[in-house]
Design a protein around this ligand. Structure first.
Ligand SMILES: *Cc1c(COP(=O)(O)O)cnc(C)c1O
Length: 374
């Protein structure tokens, strides 16, 4: 059997007539950059996230960068974040000359450990940037409480978490700015690069809208030095076809996660591997289903690859140990839970169209691997 980590063929085939019609609308209007489809999408996304504004841009990486620029983050400033995330989480900070300050993760959720946060705040701290890793919100109640008390901005890296909730509030609506990605592997993926930002603040929204078009509110008059970072009309039109299906897809991912849980328990594997932890009163959208394999992770991965099961490691090198950030002076051992997660985690196929037989096969192969080892 072949079980890819992600397979978009079925999803795309089912939407193909609608997508072709949507692309035709863009061709007819020639609105290739921003334009009507993107404006409609932005309204729909604001409604979906429960925020006053949603503002399209060229990628999730740019969304993070633009958010930092909106708060004038720069040299001499510190931004607190997690080292266990995608690269762009931190490059958005360093690209502006600011200094990332890492807080280790909670080993259960893989998200920034809020209990270690306050100790890292200094007079230079300008923002806190938690990541909702794998589709589950960081402990925003705790993070926001600290941020409010200390008067520090919060930017959510919600690239993996569109539709995730904490106490009924959606990702992107829990902070000053939420940052999202339409990279094809996200729950709401485009057919190319794209991203957006959410905010409830009129002045921040106005600045973000200007920053994505070189900092101009009126053409050729530049209030700030921004970026060229716009969502294109084709992406906007495609994403409008996909957005109405997003909740059903995320629910299907959750159903697949529940099925894995049962299968792992039934196979007697629940002791050997760590299953994803679900926080109470939270909606996890399972952008990734990540297990913890304390022993033989790499051998298991090789065995699964041979058996036709696609997997990946998010992320093999925590950001504080990346070569390009050596100047920050972190050493191995400084953030032990992030380093342990980098050694022990493995992402399994979880996409909405995954079949129960395929999941049974994945778990069966993992059982076979551990039977063979013992
Ligand atoms: C995908 C992702 C990004 C970047 O999004 P792009 O659209 O690929 O630029 C940023 N942060 C996290 C956590 C992501 O998963």
């Amino acid at each position: 059997m072949n079980v890819p980590l992600l397979d978009l063929k079925e999803q795309n085939a089912s939407l193909r007539p609608e997508i072709e019609a949507a692309l035709g609308r863009v061709l007819d209007t020639n609105a290739f950059i921003l334009g009507g489809e993107v404006a409609e999408l932005e309204c729909e996304l604001a409604g979906y996230c429960g925020t006053k504004f949603a503002i399209g841009c060229a990628s999730g990486s740019d969304a993070l960068l633009l958010a930092m620029m909106a708060f004038d983050i720069g040299p001499g400033d510190e931004v607190i974040t997690t080292p266990y995330s995608f690269f762009a989480t931190v490059s958005a900070i360093t690209r502006l000359g600011a200094t990332p300050v890492f807080v280790d993760i909670d080993p259960q959720t893989y998200n920034l450990d809020a209990s270690q946060l306050e100790a890292k705040i200094t007079e230079k701290t300008r923002a806190i940037q938690p990541v909702h890793l794998y589709g589950q919100c960081a402990d925003m109640a705790a993070i926001n409480e600290i941020a409010k008390r200390r008067g520090i901005a919060v930017v959510e890296d919600a690239a993996q978490a569109i539709g995730a909730e904490e106490n009924g509030v959606r990702a992107g609506a829990m902070s000053d700015v939420g940052c999202f990605s339409f990279y094809p592997s996200k729950n709401l993926g485009g057919m190319g690069d794209g991203g957006f930002m959410t905010t409830g603040d009129d002045a921040v929204a106005e600045k973000l809208m200007a920053l994505r078009v070189h900092g101009s509110k009126e053409r050729y008059y530049h209030k700030w030095v921004g970026l060229n970072s716009r969502l294109d009309g084709f992406q906007g039109a495609i994403l409008r076809v996909k957005l109405p299906h997003l909740d059903a897809w995320s629910d299907a991912r959750k159903a697949n996660a529940d099925r894995y849980r049962t299968l792992f328990h039934d196979a007697g594997l629940a002791e050997q591997i760590g299953l994803p932890f679900e926080r109470e009163n939270c909606r996890h959208i399972y952008n990734q289903f990540v297990i913890r394999v304390p022993e033989h992770r790499d051998a298991l991965r090789a065995f699964l690859t041979e058996s036709g099961v696609g997997t990946d490691i998010y992320y093999p090198v925590p950001l504080h140990l990346q070569e390009c950030f050596a100047y920050l002076g972190y050493e191995t051992g400084d953030l032990p839970e992030s380093e342990r997660a980098a050694r022990e985690t493995l992402a399994l196929p979880i996409f909405p169209e995954l079949k129960p037989e395929q999941q049974e096969y994945v778990v069966e192969m993992i059982r076979k691997f551990f039977d063979f080892r013992s």
